[in-house]
Write a protein that binds this ligand. Structure first.
Ligand SMILES: Cc1cc2nc3c(=O)[nH]c(=O)nc-3n(C[C@H](O)[C@H](O)[C@H](O)COP(=O)(O)O)c2cc1C
Length: 223
């Protein structure tokens, strides 16, 4: 009989690094959270982070049960972040019930994370159409073929749906209509925290917060 598996507490307990790459002070902050995020995205890309625009998005439906998943940031402006997904997916249903999300960029190799929370709305149809049209043909067919988050019988069912859609919308001309259930979500954060690891667990945490009057302030949080 094999021995029962015992979680390797010692090994996990010993997994610890000192964070010494840099610091973050109020004077280092860009005038806006979005300029700061843009700067740290540049650093992540220059620092060799793979998929630096990958972000963890947490949602919770009416039952309050949290759910997280990775998506790709596809738009950033002065006030908002945009990602694309299936509106009928689990996250889509949760965002319909409770249009708020919390987002995390886990740039662990840079000893950094950014955390944002804010209201979520759908991107306009024309903008979703434009982005959908810019995606590779296979991705557009895949979006059409996949009822995201639904149970499917097996892989073959997905592949035959793809094959049927490929026959219906051949490439060329490659015109694949954007599914009604697919599009962008726009997140307008009211809280954005920049975290930089420091030695002795005295990390730097600086947060931009939007007040009721719409103005932004910054503060340092205890690590
Ligand atoms: C690196 C990475 C990037 C991803 N990007 C997206 C994305 O941009 N949009 C999306 O809908 N799903 C994306 N996914 C898949 C999601 O994590 C998730 O499996 C899917 O959206 C279904 O989530 P839900 O059932 O909670 O709605 C990505 C996954 C990974 C690992």
């Amino acid at each position: 009989m094999p021995e029962p598996t015992v979680p390797d507490h010692q090994r996990l307990a010993a997994m610890r690094r000192s964070y010494e790459r840099g610091g973050l002070d109020v004077g280092d902050l860009a005038p806006t959270w979005s300029a700061m995020l843009s700067r740290w995205l540049d650093d992540a890309e220059a620092g060799g982070v793979r998929e630096p625009n990958a972000m963890i998005v947490a949602t919770a439906g009416a039952d309050g049960r949290p759910n997280v998943r990775t998506v790709l940031l596809k738009g950033l402006d002065d006030a908002t972040l945009t990602f694309f997904t299936n509106y009928a997916s689990a996250k889509g249903r949760e965002l319909t019930a409770n249009p708020v999300a919390s987002i995390l960029f886990p740039w662990i190799d840079l000893q950094r994370q950014v955390r944002l929370t804010g209201a979520v709305r759908k991107l306009g149809g024309a903008a979703s159409d434009a982005y959908f049209a810019s995606r590779p043909y296979g991705s557009r067919i895949g979006a059409l073929a996949s009822p995201q988050s639904e149970v499917v019988a097996d892989r073959a069912a997905l592949e035959s749906a793809r094959d049927a859609l490929t026959a219906r919308h051949p490439d060329p001309p490659g015109d694949v209509p954007r599914p009604e259930t697919w599009g962008g979500y726009v997140v307008e954060p009211d809280t954005v925290e920049f975290w930089q690891g420091r030695p002795d667990r005295l990390h730097d945490r600086l947060v931009y917060r939007r007040g009721d009057d719409g103005s932004w302030t910054t503060a340092r949080l205890a690590p």
